[in-house]
Write a protein that binds this ligand. Sequence first.
Ligand code: GCO
Length: 260
Amino acid sequence: MKNLFDITGKIALVTGATHGLGMAMAKGLAEHGATLVINGHTPSKMEEALIKYKDMGIDVKGYLFDVTDENQVNKALKKIENDIGPIDILVNNAGIIKRVPAVEMEISDFRSVIDVDLVSPFIMSKNVAKSMIERGGGKIINICSMMSELGRDTLAAYASAKGGLKMLTRNLATEWAKHNIQVNGIGPGYFATEQTAPIRVAGHPLQDFIIERTPAGKWGDPQDLVGAVVFLSSEASNFVNGQILYVDGGILATIGKPRA
Ligand code: GCO
């Protein structure tokens, strides 16, 4: 029987996949047959991650490089191509967040968020797409955010970057659709990860707010993203271009509810 979602033997590179949502999506891709390559930045985190993948029974190769540095990216991509093969699926997941009131935010911090969350997906996509164009196609998935659509206090830099990433997704989709490259995004809602740990502590106002604001009534489990990433990595999405698939328990579908 033909399986439209089959990604067996496809080489998938997930950036920032040493933990969190990146790790969950990377694991999901491998479990659905992809040959998995991950990127990380910190040697100790990579070591820990490789052990975790091994314990989960996932075969993976890890490469340390800085996604904001085009030279490093190009060297790493060459090495990956020599060691394993050319990339069929690129997931631009690496990202950072700084929660600082706008009037207090250092410009250098604002820039560093834009650099990691918006410039690096461009650097990665540009350099991976070159070989995808030569080979006649590929899949690029940008990890966006609720903040691609909405604002929240303290997130000026992050929301600017993630809003930009949504438009980068549409633009690259427009430019490369004729080369059979589908560029799409996934917009996770609020998930229980390390990144949201500071706002999930008991007593933090965001903790109850998120549960109330999410029609599904809970924080997402990183596992909930696997269906979306497999769909956008597979033949099933071959005529889907420039879409952001929000996996958010309904947050963006609703205006919210009045206080009881
Ligand atoms: C916050 C959160 C969000 C999430 C996520 C939402 O502080 O409001 O951290 O920014 O991390 O990106 O989709």
